[in-house]
Design a protein around this ligand. Structure first.
Ligand SMILES: NC(=O)C1=CN([C@@H]2O[C@H](COP(=O)(O)OP(=O)(O)OC[C@H]3O[C@@H](n4cnc5c(N)ncnc54)[C@H](OP(=O)(O)O)[C@@H]3O)[C@@H](O)[C@H]2O)C=CC1
Ligand SMILES: Nc1c(N[C@@H]2O[C@H](COP(=O)(O)O)[C@@H](O)[C@H]2O)[nH]c(=O)[nH]c1=O
Ligand SMILES: [Zn+2]
Length: 350
């Protein structure tokens, strides 16, 4: 059972989840203000450039006089630096909030303990690590981006009962250019939910050619991710969906090219591809990438052990032959079912 402090922090985590995608590249933080056992203020990080969670929570309190006898619960250490907005730690000090419960320390260099230091110097009671695991999970993309200088990587594919991700199809037949569907409608909705939570989505050349994918969130809603295509020789025709200009689209290629619909990024394919891609995505401030396939691209990430989570949707069909699914040689973290589909969720702890 959760303690009282954990219950308020849980509320702060739930609030943060409402805004996750829009705050990028900022972390979406949640904050709750409690006075005499009652929540008097709540907030989460606004869309990028807007106020942080603590500011929104403080501004939502109707009687400001109550703040000097209130407790603030916040999922991440309050910031201590001037970014797009002034430091939250200074605001908390100015508003005389006496007790602060923090989910996890912000390892981002500009903050890294400095927010806590400001509050302690001001004589405030500070507790760190309430519901820490949940808060670290909530801010995993932000931490990975700053600590590992790359986006958080999630692999995802759908496979049949007998381990295939597609039937045999001819890449040159444009009429064949739609995916062979393996998973059910509930799974599709779940995939679109995952897409809505991530900053970007990536596919390989053959997937783009064979499936002509949209990679949007139409079955769920929310913001569609930035699309990323690997296309060394620009084999994907410009009348394909990835060139429709609906969403920012980055194409990694070795060719010189220019377009007002997509952003080309030139890399050297004779060298290891992934470090070069990670460097560009870091510069683009992309916090997470959902890698949807195909086989070769997924296996490249698996072979280089460059992934953090994976979702494998197992349908109820059998193909007997086709494109074989990638294999993860670690234990499943969690299984869940969606109708007759099973979803295997993996976490890479190495
Ligand atoms: N069921 C599912 O969830 C999914 C199924 N699929 C299916 O998977 C199949 C496509 O998979 P696959 O054929 O493996 O193709 P990919 O989509 O992985 O694309 C492979 C191509 O992308 C480029 N590429 C990928 N990785 C690298 C790398 N590490 N270094 C250099 N170039 C790279 C190469 O292009 P080039 O040769 O031009 O250099 C390569 O030929 C399709 O049948 C598709 O329908 C796809 C996604 C999901
Ligand atoms: N076939 C298959 C998937 N295929 C993935 O979905 C992409 C198509 O995206 P969109 O055009 O937005 O619908 C396709 O290119 C491939 O990455 N996904 C699944 O969840 N289940 C499936 O059975
Ligand atoms: Zn702040």
């Amino acid at each position: 059972m959760l303690s009282t402090h954990e219950t308020y922090m849980q509320r702060a985590v739930s609030l943060a989840k409402k805004g996750t995608r829009l705050a990028y590249p900022n972390p979406c933080v949640g904050a709750v203000i409690v006075c005499d056992g009652k929540i008097i203020g709540e907030g989460y990080t606004s869309a990028y450039g807007g106020p942080h969670a603590e500011v929104n929570a403080i501004n939502s309190v109707t009687d400001e006089n109550l703040l000097s006898k209130s407790t603030l619960y916040v999922t991440l250490e309050p910031c201590a630096h001037y970014g797009k907005t002034p430091p939250c730690a200074n605001l908390i000090e100015a508003k005389n909030i006496p007790k602060i419960y923090i989910g996890c320390v912000d390892t981002f260099a500009a903050v890294a303990g400095k927010g806590i230091e400001i509050l302690l110097k001001a004589g405030r009671e500070v507790h760190v690590g309430v519901l820490e695991e949940e808060c670290l999970e909530l801010h995993k993309r932000f931490f990975t981006y700053h600590n590992k200088k790359r986006p958080y990587i999630i692999l995802k594919w759908a496979e049949t009962q007998d381990g295939f991700i597609d039937k045999v199809r001819d890449v040159n037949h444009i009429n064949d250019a739609k995916p062979t569907w393996i998973s059910n409608d509930l799974s599709k909705q779940k995939v679109h939910q995952i897409r809505a939570e991530e900053h970007a989505i990536m596919v390989g050349t053959n997937t783009a050619l064979k499936d002509n994918p949209n990679l949007n969130t139409r079955s769920y809603g929310g913001v569609s991710p930035i699309r990323i295509l690997i296309d060394r020789n620009l084999r994907v025709p410009s009348n394909y969906e990835l060139y429709n200009g609906e969403v920012k689209t980055i194409i990694f290629t070795e060719k010189e090219a220019d377009s007002d619909k997509v952003q080309y990024e030139k890399i050297d394919f004779s060298k290891n591809m992934l470090p070069q891609i990670m460097e560009v995505l870091y510069k683009e401030k992309i916090q997470s990438v959902l890698v949807e396939g195909g086989k070769q691209l997924l296996e490249t990430f698996i072979d280089e052990n460059l992934w953090d989570e994976a979702f494998v949707f197992v349908g109820d069909k059998e193909f007997k032959t086709g494109v074989s699914a990638p294999v993860l040689k670690i234990n499943v973290e969690k299984n869940f079912t969606l109708g007759f589909n099973t979803v295997k969720h993996y976490k890479n702890k190495q």
